[in-house]
Design a protein. Structure first.
Length: 145
């Protein structure tokens, strides 16, 4: 994850506190999911943060470890997560801020249907609304199986 700052290394006690705060039981404003391969090995995470309940808007976070990139894992995890966020959870808007030099991340986000809304300084901002998501091919608004 060097384009966005690199990995965050935590001691065991720090990792336990982080897990309890963010994953289990977590907080109502955040939803954090691990991405696993079929053999159950973890390769990344996808989440939303800072949910604004009145607008049902949040920030997306998607990370796939370098050795697992280029295999469609981020795109598949993104599709499933967006389906959950917009069709089951009731989210209305997701945003993502990416580094201008993170071309791969921008391509994945754009491939999921996000549109660039601004780009200045050290941030390129993307957005996707529930309505836009449901207009994408294969996302008619119902839960996908």
């Amino acid at each position: 994850m060097r384009p966005v700052g690199g990995p965050i290394l935590l001691r065991d006690d720090e990792a336990e506190r982080w897990y309890a705060r963010v994953v289990d039981p977590g907080r109502g404003a955040d939803c954090y999911c691990l991405i696993h391969l079929l053999d159950d090995s973890p390769v990344g995470e996808i989440s939303f943060h800072r949910l604004e309940p009145q607008r049902m808007a949040a920030d997306l976070n998607l990370k796939v470890m370098a050795s697992a990139r280029g295999r469609g894992i981020g795109r598949e995890a993104g599709r499933r997560f967006l389906d959950y966020y917009f069709n089951s959870f009731g989210g209305r808007l997701l945003t993502d801020n990416l580094a201008p030099g993170n071309a791969l991340g921008q391509a994945v986000i754009a491939g999921l249907g996000f549109r660039q809304v601004s780009g200045h300084g050290d941030v390129v901002r993307y957005e996707l609304s529930a309505e836009e998501f449901r207009q994408l091919p294969g996302h008619s608004g119902g839960r996908q199986v």
